[in-house]
Design a binder for this molecule. Structure first.
Ligand code: NAD
Length: 281
């Protein structure tokens, strides 16, 4: 048996078309969606991520402004820029690319972003709203995973969902979103004993750790839906946290890396920005 592929690239392209149409309508009404992206320092990976986000915004017809600040930027200067963007009516979404240089307190910076413009969904009040089942902005990666499951027609009610990795930006919000759709959720972390037995119970397995090929076919329940969030580089090639070749022989559905969750993440950033505009009207 070979699993069916869930193509993030294809799903993202179709969602982006809808987003671009809505952006054009909003622009005609005088409300062009605006996203500000702030990059501090010279981290090459962050620079690539930021460029991709800005380019996706432009293609969708958004106003997109990139602020580049030097590595030695002070906390006050960064907080000042965020406050200025909070007050700018042409900016509906603000994203500060993480990680920040070590001398900056990312918690303080994220809390300075207006919760109504926090399109990454990392602000503590957005995390709280998500936890209480009334999300305003859903963090983009788990939101993208939920969209993939929805568009593929995967039944979540009553399903055993296992999420591996419990970060604030992926694993924890992912678990909450699955729970809200009626799945029975297990959230695994680095201290989990017998990870394999948890995985083997999963109808839906979401892996977000950052360890190349850690989940192999023998750990997967036959027919399961396997969503690989991991992005790793091995010998210059991108790979996920799931050993695709062995997993696809057992799973029912599987996402590839690249071309799986990655394109959905940026798409949901656009989606969150559109939602921010609509809420502001
Ligand atoms: P993180 O380092 O913040 O968190 C990793 C989590 O994995 C932690 O909760 C840790 O406890 C858990 N973990 C570590 N070893 C484990 C083990 N052996 N068994 C079970 N759990 C274990 O990472 P993150 O920011 O959540 O990102 C995870 C991965 O997802 C990375 O590869 C990252 O690049 C990728 N990512 C991809 C996208 C995308 O758009 N596709 C977006 C965000 C993150």
């Amino acid at each position: 048996m070979s699993a069916q592929i869930i193509s993030g690239t294809e799903l993202a392209a179709s969602i982006r078309e809808t987003i671009a149409t809505r952006a054009a309508e909003l622009t005609t009404l005088g409300h062009k969606p605006g996203l500000a992206v702030v990059l501090v320092g010279d981290d090459p990976a962050s620079r690539v991520y930021v460029r991709n986000k800005v380019s996706a915004c432009e293609k969708a017809g958004f106003k997109s402004v990139m602020y580049e600040m030097p590595e030695n930027t002070s906390q006050d200067a960064l907080v000042g820029l965020v406050q200025q963007l909070n007050a700018d009516p042409s900016i509906h979404g603000i994203l500060v690319q993480l990680p920040l240089p070590k001398h900056l307190d990312s918690h303080v910076v994220i809390e300075t972003i207006s919760a109504a413009k926090d399109v990454d969904g990392f602000h503590i009040s957005n995390a709280g709203l998500l936890m209480t089942g009334k999300p305003l902005f859903r963090p983009c990666t788990p939101y993208g995973v939920m969209k993939m499951l929805e568009l593929t027609g995967i039944e979540l009610r009553g399903a055993e969902a296992v999420v591996i990795g419990a970060s604030n930006i992926v694993g924890k919000p992912q678990a909450m979103l699955l729970l809200q759709q009626g799945a029975t959720v297990t959230l695994c972390n680095s201290k989990t004993k017998d990870l394999k037995s948890h995985c083997q119970r999963a109808d839906i397995l979401v892996v977000a750790v950052g360890r190349p090929n850690m989940i192999t076919g023998d750990m997967i329940k036959p027919g399961a839906v396997v969503i690989d969030v991991g992005i790793n580089r091995v010998d210059g090639k991108l790979c996920g946290d799931v050993d695709f070749d062995s997993a696809k022989e057992v799973a029912g559905w599987i996402t590839p890396v690249p071309g799986g969750v990655g394109p959905m993440t940026i798409t949901m950033l656009l989606q969150n920005t559109i939602e921010a505009v609509e809420r502001s009207l």
